[in-house]
Design a protein around this ligand. Structure first.
Ligand code: BES
Ligand code: MG
Ligand code: ZN
Length: 508
């Protein structure tokens, strides 16, 4: 499977000469760019900029931007609103929106010039927005010879005051590597399910790990699933001719002992038809992104590795295709998971929780520091939070707060939701199995799903009263696919939470 297009070439430098189109970010009320810049552009451009800034046409309010085409210069003025109100979100979104408006007439060479009143984190966020938005999913479109679109990468010269050059350059390199992970996750989420099936994901992961000396990759294939009695994965995946697998990424495995790694577990349903509890036809095609939890896991590994992360970290992807067939599991079945706990299957469309039961249990074998799972788990979560925030549940307040705060900081919101004993009681109330995979009513569907998952979170010791490892669950059903309000994503898979988890794990 092809990977995303060539990325932007970036260099950070002192304010020097203008290359290509000049982009000038302006705060509200800015009267005119520094005289150095004004002297560099030609006379026609200079008088145009002056006239525009003096008129009511442009005042630097946020959402304003204007192209100025003078004699020999092309200039884009970009409004960011009041200087004292600038946030990384405003800077990132403005960078992304600006990038979306670039077209052929601006060319592929750009000079982005920040005046001295810009702070490092805002400059970096502005550039990050541009890089994140530099993404197209067009690998299945035939290229036509007459097509004159230029697919070569942009050349971006970022100019700032000399004292910031080194730090901004380091930050932009890091952002570019993080974006490579976000774009990989988006590629995986957008990939058509006929090409991206469980073992195709495993093979991509193997190719990626190949030759990287601090990465080890384990694939538990169909035989391995049967041998290990991973009944969640087995039963969800057995109705498909494309068999399920578990993919384990491990970076910086310690030479001795188990270490104490953070573990990220992803739901990887490469297509969710609902199985025998078949979904209605409308928008079923979108269920190709039901593997976005596993897409985020892979993208996160890529981002951490590319930035030379030196600590131990594990990712576990639970891959299966949920199909109806003569071999499919059925409502009424009782299945035995890897943990030994049994599940009464009441709806085969509640399949994500069944595969995660095995992934969560597996993480207990690695002495985890904490476990975070990501899953496009429930339509009910989309009803609750729309496309604006992922649902966040946890058995540990400190972990919950870390994820919430980091999500808010990088603008990938994660909203705390209740893990109530009543929901657990509902899900453990089956008369014939340890856990049921469906609530007793449709109310609170994302909460009952989280309460189900909690039954499979491993404990710190074999003692029956032992505490569970710190665990958090992110329901990304609403956030993993094109939200119209997300400036960094035009449409399709979003790569959500690669950035949140990257920064969270880096800060550990
Ligand atoms: N993959 C779906 C959840 C989903 C819905 C993701 C919409 C993205 C957008 C999941 O497997 C599912 O089908 N959940 C059921 C659970 C129900 C049967 C308890 C649902 O939400 O309807
Ligand atoms: Mg389903
Ligand atoms: Zn699903």
């Amino acid at each position: 499977m092809a990977m995303s297009s060539d990325t932007m070439k970036i260099q950070v430098e002192d304010i020097s000469s203008i290359n290509g189109t000049l982009i000038l970010p302006c705060f509200e009320g800015c009267e005119k760019p520094p005289s150095k810049t004004m002297n560099e552009v030609d006379r026609v451009t200079r008088s145009l900029i002056k006239k525009i800034l003096a008129s009511d046409d442009f005042s630097g309010k946020s959402e304003e931007n204007m192209s100025v085409f003078g004699g020999g210069n092309k200039v884009i003025l970009v409004g960011l609103g009041k200087k004292e109100n600038i946030t990384t979100k405003i800077a990132r979104d403005t960078g992304a929106k600006l990038f979306a408006k670039l077209n052929k007439k601006h060319g592929k060479t750009l000079t982005l010039r920040f005046s001295s009143d810009w702070k490092l984190d805002s400059m970096n966020a502005f550039v990050e927005g541009m890089i994140l938005r530099d993404y197209k999913y067009d690998k299945y479109l035939s290229k036509n010879d007459e097509d004159d679109t230029d697919d070569s990468p942009y050349n971006l010269h970022i100019q700032c005051t000399p004292k910031n050059v080194k730090s901004l350059s380091d930050l932009c390199k890091e952002s570019q590597n993080i974006a490579s992970g976000v774009h990989l996750a988006r590629d995986l989420g957008n990939a058509p399910p006929n090409d991206l099936y469980p073992m195709a994901y495993a093979n991509m992961a193997k190719d990626w790990a190949n030759g990287k000396k601090n990465v080890s990759l384990t694939v538990i294939d169909w035989e391995g699933i049967l041998e290990n009695k991973m009944g969640g994965l087995e039963n969800v995946g057995k109705g498909s001719s494309r068999k399920p697998c578990m993919v384990i990424f491990e970076i910086n495995k310690p030479a001795k002992g188990k270490g104490n790694p953070p573990i990220i577990v992803g739901k990887g349903i490469t297509f969710d038809t609902g199985g025998i509890s078949l979904k209605p036809g409308a928008s079923m095609d979108e269920m190709k992104y039901d593997m976005h939890g596993s897409a985020t896991v892979f993208g996160l590994m890529q981002a951490l590795h590319a930035n030379g992360h030196s600590e131990h970290i594990i990712g576990i992807s639970c891959m299966a295709e949920n199909m109806p067939s003569a071999n499919a599991y059925r409502p009424g079945d009782v299945i035995t998971t890897y943990s030994g706990k049994t599940i009464e299957v009441l709806n085969t469309d509640a399949e994500g929780r069944n595969v995660l039961a095995d992934g969560l249990w597996k993480s207990g074998e690695f002495n985890p520091k904490f476990i975070i799972d990501l899953a496009t788990l429930t339509g009910a979560c989309v009803v609750a939070l729309g496309h604006e925030a992922s649902g966040l549940w946890s058995n540990n307040d400190e972990l919950l707060e870390k994820i919430r705060a980091m999500g808010a900081e990088v603008d990938e919101l994660a909203w705390p939701m209740p893990l109530l004993p009543a929901f657990e009681k509902e899900m453990t109330g089956s008369k014939i199995a340890d856990v049921r995979n469906l609530g007793t009513s449709r109310w609170g569907g994302s909460n009952t799903a989280a309460a189900f998952l909690k039954q499979f979170v491993p404990k710190m010791s074999d003692d029956k009263d032992a505490e569970q490892y710190p665990w958090a669950h992110l329901d990304i059903a609403g956030t993993a696919w094109g939200a119209s309000t997300n400036a960094t994503v035009a449409h399709g898979a979003t790569g959500v939470h690669v950035r949140t988890l990257y920064h969270l794990i880096k800060n550990e």
